[in-house]
Ligand binder design. Sequence first.
Ligand code: 5RP
Length: 226
Amino acid sequence: MNLDHEKKLAGEAAAELVEDGMTVGLGTGSTAAYAVRRLGERVRAGLHVRGLPTSTHTEALAREVGIPLVDFAEVTRLDLTLDGADEIDPDLNLIKGGGGALFREKIVAAASRRLIIFADHTKLVPQLGAFPLPVEVNPFGWQVAAERIAALGAHVTLRQSGEGPFVSDNHGYILDCFFGKIDDPVALERHLAAVTGVMESGLFVRMAERALLGDGQAVRTIQPAP
Ligand code: 5RP
């Protein structure tokens, strides 16, 4: 089982969904990078698109592969966003933010008519929660937010990078919050949003239209039950 190959298959399949003239949200992570590279190839072959990256890392990659970029000063409605995920449940609720880009990823997804998620097959789980949920918080008073989230039932860890806390593109800190199995993602997202200091959580509830999963040599499509 070659997970990297599955990421590539899924990412490249996602890039094929982009049509001429679209404005496209560009996700972050090792899987999203495959979609960005493939989209770059299509642009170099004549496809006209504009991309809106979800991180400085993806922005640099998109520039490298030749995708013209826009920002929210120019456009507030996107046709499609292509992004990876850390966990995907059968209803297509997601945990995102393993790469620390969840805030921009959620803003971009929320501005998109369609969110397409793609991943290797291991990301599909019966229930969310084995992967600690990333929650972005304002650095000022992050300890207060961490205490409130712990009171919701999580084991909370401040994400580190080298000597100090990890700082997102958005100048936030990330709390990795292990809740165990998440029975009610809708309620948990609401509870987290109500914690003062929380900028966004990595729970993406009912946002994705479909997920493309690399599975061996094939790509499987998952769509939520109507
Ligand atoms: C970044 C994300 C990524 O989509 C998620 O972490 C998956 O990354 P990878 O494709 O490298 O496994 O949410 O914030």
